[in-house]
Ligand binder design. Structure first.
Ligand SMILES: [Zn+2]
Length: 311
């Protein structure tokens, strides 16, 4: 019978019986097929063949979960080991979950229904089996088939939202791709088409980012990241409607102190306005100076406009 209440039982005989405590959850992609039930049927069809296969669970693209092997048993999912960190037969101490993917390279992302089903299933398995709800370490956790067989199974499970999974397992259920945004191949794209990548992307996916706080520009390098805080040095910056994400090697990714930065620019404008006023009855020679200051003010006004859009 099923160990997970939300699963349909569709068993086969491709298993090691009563293998004891399970310490890892291993995620897979089917690289073919269309439904969880269809994969379960396929497993059963390999009984008695030269290469019988199975996994404990299969998660369909419609979110349906089929259980094929009891958790107390070991499935035939991780046959070949090409990593010395995995001792003896990993099938004896792991629980495997297949994710139905039609593409033969597992490149397609999970569907939203499939992701929700997968996350909930993983959490339940970990809680009932005392498995660490984090990226696998030496003793427990969650990882992909690629970790056991990086030679032949480097693309198993293929595209999988690992960061979102680990955030979800930490209880940060509001996190993930903001509504209306798209995340694919490690590139987050806002509704206005501007992209967010690397650490800034991770920051948005792992924080409760407002869907309307879209980027105003692509990420860029700044010599002197914050004018109001020169000690930061150079860094990366990307301006959003009401935040600025910043990165320096020392600080990592953080949200810049926009108010403080805006105050710095406001002071610049005020100072220059005073200088202009002082030059209001110019000698002819001062006209050049006035023109130069006028240009500086125009440049600063551009920056201020950008920053004030972020308020
Ligand atoms: Zn696999």
């Amino acid at each position: 019978m099923v160990d997970y209440a939300g699963a349909i039982w569709s068993p086969n005989n491709n298993y090691f019986a009563n293998t004891g405590k399970k310490s890892f959850v291993i995620l897979h992609g089917t690289a073919g097929g269309y439904s969880a039930q269809g994969i379960a049927d396929y497993f059963r069809s390999t009984e008695g063949s030269n290469s019988p296969v199975s996994s404990h669970y299969v998660v369909g693209q419609d979110g349906q979960i089929v259980q094929c092997i009891a958790e107390k048993d070991g499935s035939y999912a991780n046959g070949v080991v090409n990593n010395p960190n995995w001792s003896s037969n990993p099938n004896l101490y792991t629980i495997s979950i297949e994710h139905v993917k039609s593409s033969n390279d597992n490149s397609e992302p999970l569907t939203p229904a499939q992701q929700a089903a997968s996350f909930a299933l993983i959490k339940d398995i970990c809680q009932r089996n005392g498995i660490g709800m984090h990226d696998a370490d030496d003793t427990t956790g969650i990882t992909g088939h690629f970790a056991i067989d990086p030679v032949n199974r480097a693309r198993c499970p293929g595209t999988y939202p690992w960061q979102e999974l680990f955030d979800y397992l930490k209880g940060n259920t509001n996190m993930g791709v903001p509504q209306g945004w798209k995340d694919s191949n490690n590139v987050l794209t806002a509704p206005n088409g501007i992209q967010v990548t690397l650490g800034f992307r991770d920051h948005i996916l792992s924080s409760n980012w407002d869907k309307d706080n879209w980027p105003l520009e692509p990420e860029k390098h700044l010599t002197g990241l914050e004018m109001s805080n020169p000690s930061l040095g150079d860094g990366q910056s990307q301006l959003f409607r009401w935040k600025r994400l910043e990165y320096t090697p020392k600080m990592g990714v953080f949200e810049g102190w926009l108010g403080q930065e805006l105050a710095w620019y406001q002071k610049q404008v005020t100072d220059m306005e005073k200088q202009i006023a002082a030059l209001q009855h110019p000698q002819p020679a001062n006209l050049v100076q006035i023109n130069t200051l006028g240009k500086q003010i125009a440049d600063d006004a551009q920056l201020i406009l950008k920053l004030s859009q972020a308020q």
